[in-house]
Design a protein around this ligand. Structure first.
Ligand SMILES: C[S@@+](CC[C@H](N)C(=O)[O-])C[C@H]1O[C@@H](n2cnc3c(N)ncnc32)[C@H](O)[C@@H]1O
Length: 156
């Protein structure tokens, strides 16, 4: 019988009313490299996702998952992640948690990328294609400043 050892850091809480909705926060300091959670996933069929799940709120909770279709061609399916994996918000600049897929065992392992202080939110990266307005995206410079920067580059 094969088995997957589970780890979940106990020093966490879900805050319900952040600008990103619910989010995962540290209640104590968490050292770098700590396994924060090991989550199982449910890999959706390619059609199942396109026809049904992609039209529901679950669409915002699934992860890309590599699969092979009937002809052995590599495709990207979607997977529903159970446990805290579905509660981590995205940060473009301040992610402090990494995630690693294990396609064979259908799990994702989340680890602290650095020391995380009590009170900090635990954020991962969703990649560059977001389906929502990022509340902590960097503010672009005002147009005049941008033009000045462009002129500077052209002069150099
Ligand atoms: C996987 S869920 C994360 C948990 C979610 N906050 C909740 O309350 O269920 C992904 C959703 O969280 C929100 N979210 C995550 N990161 C965000 C960010 N940087 N800015 C704004 N909203 C974010 C978006 O609504 C997104 O569709």
């Amino acid at each position: 019988m094969s088995a997957i050892p589970l780890h979940r850091c106990p020093d966490l809480e879900i805050k319900l009313d952040t600008p990103k909705g619910r989010g995962v926060f540290a209640t104590k300091d968490i050292p770098a490299k700590t396994v924060v959670d090991v989550c199982t996933v449910l890999v959706l069929g390619l059609e199942e996702n396109a026809l049904y799940v992609g039209r529901t709120a679950l669409y915002h909770y699934t992860y890309n998952w590599p699969v092979a279709d009937e002809s052995g061609k590599k495709r990207i399916a979607q997977a529903v992640v159970f446990g805290l994996g579905s509660m981590f918000n995205h940060s473009t600049q301040e992610q402090n948690v990494s995630w690693e897929r294990n396609a064979e065992h259908e799990i994702i392992t989340y680890r602290a990328l650095r020391d995380i202080r009590a009170g900090e939110e635990l954020c991962i990266s969703y990649g560059s294609r977001l389906t929502f307005k990022d509340t902590d995206a960097p503010t672009p410079p005002p147009p005049e400043e941008e033009m000045e920067q462009l002129l500077q580059i052209q002069l150099e």
